[in-house]
Design a protein around this ligand. Structure first.
Ligand code: ATR
Length: 293
């Protein structure tokens, strides 16, 4: 913000069910301050009953745009004037842009994930294999990114097979070149599949605060040291799953970079500014060092 709030300050924010711990205000207000914008990013905690009114309020109050978080990423799509193709296929939006009272829905979780994996690294997705744990909304976004980048094969392990089956069917029609197979999280073949994979990605909440001792993998699983272990969880910064992978020498990555990159992509949609590498790296560093807590 340039000189504090005045009559022209633009409002952005986040709507969600329980956002008392959200880091989005920290990330966006840091970007607003860095670029000396006359804007402000606020948290709006709402109930499901309030969702349609809250979205209408974006128009009525001339809010520039909002992020949408759990549990409204799917439901809020209904209230958009237009939804971006990728977001439609993923089945969720996390960003709403108010363009002269027309509301556009986007998904920057999948682009954020992709950038977190590829930017500034030698990592390639094309022709590789991934084991993905979980088949919820977050999994749908990262699977979309992996398929779009030409991954060869994805093995989804989930507690509920039906949900994984739906993803397999839908994504096969969008990305016929990528082979998707589904298994129960309890399937004994998990060990074999992990041994031959390039990416092992946890999209379940197992291991997140406060149940930090939980791990989506059975205790006796051996992780291959040549893979990249990615946990979408960012707090704690090193989950039990990531510690297990680190111990064998695998490359590990938590959800902090994805969180920063999805924020940066939303910020671009609202402001037209593409944050430079330095400020992006600073935000990633802040999260890694828990400077915001
Ligand atoms: P998100 O939008 O963050 O992905 P979600 O849609 O609720 O959240 O999905 C969470 C994922 O974690 C799901 O795949 C869920 O498995 P189910 O499809 O069987 O519900 C998985 N998950 C959550 N808690 C779990 C647990 N205790 N054990 C195993 N899987 C779990």
């Amino acid at each position: 913000m340039k000189k504090g709030i005045d009559g022209k300050t633009g409002i952005m924010g986040i709507i969600g069910g329980n956002i008392s711990k959200t880091l989005s205000p920290y990330l966006h207000n840091s970007l607003i301050k860095h670029y000396l914008l006359n804007d402000c990013y606020l948290p709006f905690q709402i109930t499901l009953k309030q969702l349609s009114l809250a979205v209408e309020g974006i128009r009525a109050l001339n809010i520039r745009g909002v992020n949408v978080t759990v549990p409204y990423k799917e439901k809020s799509m209904e209230f958009m004037d237009k939804v971006d193709d990728a977001a439609m296929r993923i089945g969720a939006i996390n960003t709403i842009v108010n363009n002269h009272e027309l509301l556009y829905g986007y998904n920057t979780d999948y682009t954020g994930f992709k950038r977190s994996l590829l930017e500034g690294t030698e990592t390639k997705i094309q022709g590789k294999n991934a084991v993905v744990l979980g088949a919820g909304g977050a999994a749908r976004a990262i699977l979309y990114a992996l398929c779009q980048e030409g991954i060869k094969e994805i093995l989804i392990f989930n507690r509920t097979l039906d949900k994984a089956e739906i993803i397999k069917r839908e994504y096969h029609s969008y990305f016929p070149e990528s082979l998707i197979q589904i298994f129960s999280l309890k399937d004994k073949c998990l060990q074999d599949k992990i041994a031959g994979t390039d990416f092992l990605i946890n999209t379940t909440p197992l291991g997140s605060y406060p149940d930090v001792d939980l791990n989506p993998l059975p205790e006796d699983i051996v992780i291959n040291q040549n893979l990249i272990a990615y946990d979408l969880i960012y707090y704690p910064t090193k989950t039990s799953f990531l510690r297990q992978a680190e111990k064998v020498g695998a490359i590990i990555k938590n959800g902090a970079e994805m969180l920063v990159y999805q924020a940066v992509e939303s910020f671009y949609l609202w402001t037209g500014i593409r944050p430079e590498k330095e400020i992006v790296q600073k935000l990633i560093h802040d999260l890694a060092n828990e400077n915001h807590f």
